[in-house]
Design a protein around this ligand. Structure first.
Ligand SMILES: *[C@@H]1O[C@H](CO)[C@@H](O)[C@H](O)[C@H]1NC(C)=O
Ligand SMILES: *[C@@H]1O[C@H](CO)[C@@H](O)[C@H](O)[C@H]1NC(C)=O
Length: 309
């Protein structure tokens, strides 16, 4: 009898726990998680540190120009729908600057990337104008916990080399990923923090790094931010990964997505975006810190639904 009572007590609590935001019932759901999302169609993805064509079809370049001195800034952004890419909010400077999105690139110095082993080439890279930059709150640059969205002019055409990453839904939204091997790729020297980025290294580089538990994440944030009495940290808005010896994302690598391969409800395994790069230290045993995408999911979906045509 005691068991029955316990069950009755637990069930309502369980339901409350699950009554969080459900993206599948949001009016923006048809706009994300395209049937091609999170899939690598490329036959062979090599080992080593350089990405192959089609290995990260969701990664794009966000390039902007600052007026003074015409400095060109750069962030890695992630395709999530046929009109939107996700990136850190700090990729946008205060004043609007001319910016563009480039898709379908592995080597930034080449218009057409080919796989030398299979002789398969990607379609030439494509450029899109930026229609609007959105951020999840109004604070500028210093707020690493906010996330940004860019709406492009026109629409991406998805193929084997240009495709969105999936956004989490269902059981993934409450999943503890501690210990899961995640993937990250960027256009900087990500494996060797002791070496300054080599400007000639124009090829997308990748690494795998395990997701860390909450206490490691809190320690890492405290280490990176130093004393921050005026800054409220909600640990649920972050996810941390890596940090072992020699396993860091370069501090020069801005943007980029932490991705895990997961299978939801009997579907094939797909890559889901878990975090957008927020901050790092390059110090051994301090994990890299990412803004948790699911924390901002409702804002992301509201924005996409409101702004899509
Ligand atoms: C900046 O851009 C303007 C307009 O394109 C150009 O006239 C000027 O020479 C550039 N300045 C520098 C320092 O490159
Ligand atoms: C978190 O992970 C660290 C490093 O793997 C480990 O030393 C620590 O015991 C873990 N803490 C908890 C609460 O699981």
């Amino acid at each position: 009898m005691a068991t029955f009572f316990v069950l009755f007590l637990i069930l309502p609590i369980h339901f409350i726990g699950c009554s969080k935001f459900d993206p599948t019932t949001h009016r923006g759901w048809p706009l994300i998680n395209d049937k091609r999302c999170g899939i690598r169609t490329q036959l062979k993805t090599g080992g080593g540190k350089y990405a192959s064509i089609g290995e990260f079809p969701w990664l794009v370049e966000f390039i902007f120009t600052l007026k003074k001195g015409n400095v060109t800034g750069f962030c890695t952004a992630t395709i999530i729908s046929d009109q939107f890419v996700l990136l850190p909010a700090y990729c946008r400077y205060k004043e609007p600057h001319p910016s563009k999105i480039i898709v379908g690139n592995v080597d930034r110095n080449k218009d057409v990337d080919c796989d030398t082993k299979s002789n398969i080439c990607e379609p030439p890279m494509k450029q899109y104008g930026v229609e609007k930059f959105f951020r999840s709150n109004d604070a500028y640059s210093t707020d690493v916990s906010s996330i940004g969205l860019v709406k492009i002019q026109g629409k991406f055409e998805f193929n084997d080399f240009v495709a969105p990453i999936c956004l989490e839904y269902g059981e993934l939204l409450s999943k503890d990923y501690t210990g899961t091997e995640a993937e990250f790729a960027g256009w900087n020297n990500i494996n060797d923090p002791d070496v300054k980025p080599d400007p000639s290294s124009s090829v997308l580089q990748k690494m795998t790094l395990p997701i860390q538990n909450e206490s490691v994440c809190i320690d890492s944030i405290n280490y990176i931010l130093g004393p921050h009495p005026n800054q409220q940290i909600d640990i649920k808005s972050y996810v941390c990964a890596g940090g072992m010896q020699g396993q860091h994302i370069s501090p020069w690598d801005t943007g980029g997505v932490l991705a895990v391969s997961q299978s939801v409800a009997g579907d094939i395994p797909r890559f889901f975006g878990v975090g957008v790069r927020a901050m790092s230290s390059g110090v051994d045993f301090i994990a890299d810190v990412f803004t948790r995408i699911s924390y901002h999911l409702e804002w992301i979906m509201d924005t996409i639904a409101n702004e899509s045509v």
